[in-house]
Design a protein around this ligand. Structure first.
Ligand code: FES
Length: 134
């Protein structure tokens, strides 16, 4: 695999246009190992049990660091109505959007309600850095 594309961490504040459907990426799941890797910030930028929004290339993403140490990444805006997913609640199985409480599975981005899925991205730690492939 090629070296990650290095860029300055640019945390963002998604959801400033609440009520606007997400259009940055189509819903669905990125295939493992696909996409261009981007360093979006440091692992320590995301406190355990929380999420933060970043930009990977030209894609807004939400990166989560669960209390078990696992990392997950999704599109930043909820596919339902643009809610700020980085502010959502998490457990080991799902992410819950803070606006209308739709739950999305980490495994494949599917909504437990049957609504449109959220796009999930491969994310890994590399020397303390967060690398998201989009
Ligand atoms: S914006 Fe409605 S569930 Fe996320």
């Amino acid at each position: 695999m090629s070296a990650p594309h290095l860029e300055a961490a640019r945390p963002t504040t998604p959801g400033t246009e609440l009520g606007t459907p997400a259009t940055e990426t189509p819903p669905g799941t990125a295939a493992p190992g696909t996409g261009t890797p981007h360093v979006v910030g440091r692992v320590d930028d995301v406190p355990p049990g929380e999420g933060r929004a970043f930009v990977a290339g030209d894609v807004q993403v939400a990166v989560f660091r669960l209390r078990d140490g696992s990392l997950h990444a999704t599109q930043a805006a909820c596919p339902h109505a643009g809610g700020p997913l980085a502010d959502g609640q998490t457990d080991v199985d799902v992410l819950v959007c803070p606006l209308h409480l739709f739950a999305y599975r980490w495994a494949d981005g599917a909504a437990t309600s049957g609504a449109a899925p959220v796009r999930v991205y491969p994310v890994r730690e590399e020397d303390g850095l967060l690398v998201v492939s989009v």
